[in-house]
Design a protein around this ligand. Sequence first.
Ligand code: HEC
Ligand SMILES: [Cu+2]
Length: 324
Amino acid sequence: MLTRLPLFPESASTMAGRVDALFFFLLGFSVLLSLLIFILIIGFSIKYRRRASNEIGASIGGSLRLETLWIVIPFLLSMVMFAWGADLYISIRQPPPQALEIFVVAKQWMWKLQHPEGQMEINELHVPLGRDIQLTMTSEDVIHDFFVPAFRVKADVLPGRYTTIWFHATKPGRYHLFCAQYCGTNHAQMGGWVEVMEPAAFEFWLAGGTAEESMAEAGARLFQQFACANCHRPSGQGRGPSLVGLYGSQVRLQEGETVLVDNDYLRESILTPRAKIAAGYEPVMPVFQGLVNEQQVLQLIAYIKSLASPPPVAEQQRSELPSQ
Ligand code: HEC
Ligand SMILES: [Cu+2]
């Protein structure tokens, strides 16, 4: 819309137009309301000014109709703002199902980003043009905030849980990334760039990286390293439940309630397993809080997600062999 105006950031995502439309609606509404109030104050103070020094004001009777009107109209207008804003907020927080998931770990004072293929970046994020990109974000220390003005996406990044936003870039280019939550001495330097590339160039960039293993492969390695595999066997015959097909399913807990298995549930199950005990199992899983870092938790989650469908029978039997 107002891209020529140097005060306004560039629009480079599908969300930008929608956020701007709401912004201009709110701005226009506030300006009109302020004007109306100013004009009425000035107009009335002239019209009803005191004309003689002994003049006494006329007494005013109430008007139910008028009062109803000025309650109902502002109420309806505020509901329009609410519905519009809520709709936009929900679409920014709900990534489309086929989005490319990128993992973000914030810390004082840098952004660490990892692609599912394993490529790691610091304060730089390369993404392909024209794809839905989902960011799953967490912090190693304090609250940070991921903000790319050109995409009009912004969300707090909190320690101890995942926040999710998504965007769909519409123009190749380099866009500024900021931390928008004061997070300590070098907060002002906690920024970087998002580089939107043509899909072919992105593939080329990805292939030219130094990543040795994908996130799921790194997770599989950690799964052996921390001996998770001893208890969690694909057959379900270990001391813990099988994690095959777990992601996205509903798990029954000891107290009888069921929970949806998402990133947050997996994170909690790994770091503080006592918080929610799966029905039919003993609370024997060791606490991994402090033993694995945020990056490793994300890799373990990526691995568990990759187990989404049961492996072919032959493979299952192979992993049953007493190889360890
Ligand atoms: C000593 C055996 C043991 C080890 C080692 C172990 N777990 Fe567990 N795990 C369990 C048991 C038992 C449960 C079910 C009870 C519970 O919810 O705590 C469980 C539950 C889970 C769940 C939730 C599953 C569900 O169906 O709700 C996840 C995810 C998980 N473990 C991941 C891991 C990961 C990742 C590791 C390694 C870093 C690991 N576990 C190491 C025994 C173990
Ligand atoms: Cu920060």
